[in-house]
Design a protein. Structure first.
Length: 199
């Protein structure tokens, strides 16, 4: 039986202001360097795909950062993988990148994924237990990959990297879909719940 005094309301996602900064061949990942985020797996994918005209940018800090830096060196892709550490200007990376690659296996509400989609990045993510499927409708506004399917993830990522039109299609659809999470609508959801308007 449902509880009438409980509602699930997502976090608000900031509306993106268009940037005049040009997009580059950058695959972006934003998140804390912990095992469940699996940045090491993304580095392995990037090394195996081996497209020298693309770069991988990893924004964030955490206990797995050093291991990931060592991995990039060992796989001989350190010259094309940028580790930014914690930054205040993450929006600059959203503005410059084309693809947001999310490899988490555990999420609540994935704020970084939502921010990237609002900024117009073509997003690819594992369909993990919670979170990404609340934002991505696969093949409509992003790509959802069955968790653990390494080959499908890499194949889908390569197809994106080779198809500018598909990047543009997913980009526009992602931005449109994230309008449902803007601050005004989420605030209204809170108000409706507190005033008893949500059943």
């Amino acid at each position: 039986m449902g509880h009438h005094n409980i509602a699930v309301i997502p976090n608000p996602i900031e509306k993106w202001n268009p940037s005049e900064v040009g997009r580059e061949n950058i695959i972006l990942n934003v998140g804390r360097f912990i095992r469940s985020k699996q940045q090491a797996l993304l580095i392995r994918y990037f090394a195996e795909i081996n497209h020298p005209d693309w770069s991988l940018v990893l924004v964030g800090d955490g206990p797995e950062l050093g291991n990931c830096q060592t991995l990039a060196q060992g796989l001989q892709v350190a010259d094309r993988v940028l580790f930014t550490g914690s930054v205040r200007n993450v929006h600059e990376y959203y503005a410059r990148s084309k693809i947001f690659a999310f490899t988490s296996v555990s999420e609540g509400f994935p704020n970084a994924l939502g921010e990237a989609m609002a900024a117009g990045l073509a997003a690819i993510s594992f369909d993990c237990v919670a979170g990404p499927a609340d934002l991505i409708k696969s093949d409509k506004n992003g790509l959802l990959i069955p968790e653990g399917d390494d080959q499908q993830y890499m194949d889908s990522l390569v197809k994106l990297m080779h198809n500018e039109a598909e990047i543009d299609r997913l980009s526009m659809a992602a931005q449109d879909s994230m309008l449902a999470f803007n601050e005004e609508k989420i605030a209204a959801s809170y108000f409706d719940f507190m005033s008893g308007s949500i059943e």
